[in-house]
Design a binder for this molecule. Structure first.
Ligand code: HEM
Length: 126
């Protein structure tokens, strides 16, 4: 078994930076997702998602140092997330993961987590 964390095994911060930047490039052009973001500048949202994912996969705890306990369902409550929003989020993330260069089995592990997480963030069924 690989003794490294998932975070280290996939290349650490540069890999997460690449994935999340690619994801937000899609968000910027997505007519479902873009209107959900309250801020004109997507940069801070990009930082928060990158730091969260780095922490989740065994990297530095900067996310919680800055933001406290993730409480992601609660933090998403202000935004209507139904099947259309979930699918748009996963479409953008799929591109980001596919272009990341992460190898198997890590890529599948990451993707399964993201699908599960997106499903669990839903708060609307329309
Ligand atoms: C924040 C949308 C799923 C992680 C946000 C924000 C929006 C949003 C509009 C506020 C932007 C901001 O931070 O300023 C969505 C939609 C999803 C989704 C439409 C569709 C399912 C997910 C998933 C994750 C995630 C699956 C994690 C795997 C985060 C994080 C933040 C955030 C870490 C920042 C929380 C904070 O510290 O305030 N999301 N999200 N989101 N989202 Fe999502």
């Amino acid at each position: 078994p690989d003794p490294r964390t998932f975070y280290e095994a996939v290349g650490g911060e540069p890999t997460f930076r690449k994935i999340v930047a690619r994801f937000y490039a899609e968000v910027a052009d997505d007519e479902v997702l873009r209107p959900l973001y309250p801020e004109e500048d997507l940069g801070p949202a990009e930082d928060r998602l990158r730091l969260f994912l780095m922490q989740y996969w065994g990297g530095p705890h900067t996310y919680s140092d800055q933001r406290g306990h993730p409480r992601l369902r609660m933090r998403h409550a202000p935004f209507k997330i139904g099947p259309i929003e979930r699918d748009a989020w996963l479409r953008a993330m799929r591109i980001a993961v596919d272009e990341s260069g992460i190898e198997e089995p890590y890529r599948t592990q990451l993707w399964q987590y993201l699908e599960m997480a997106a499903q669990s963030m839903m708060n609307s069924w329309v």
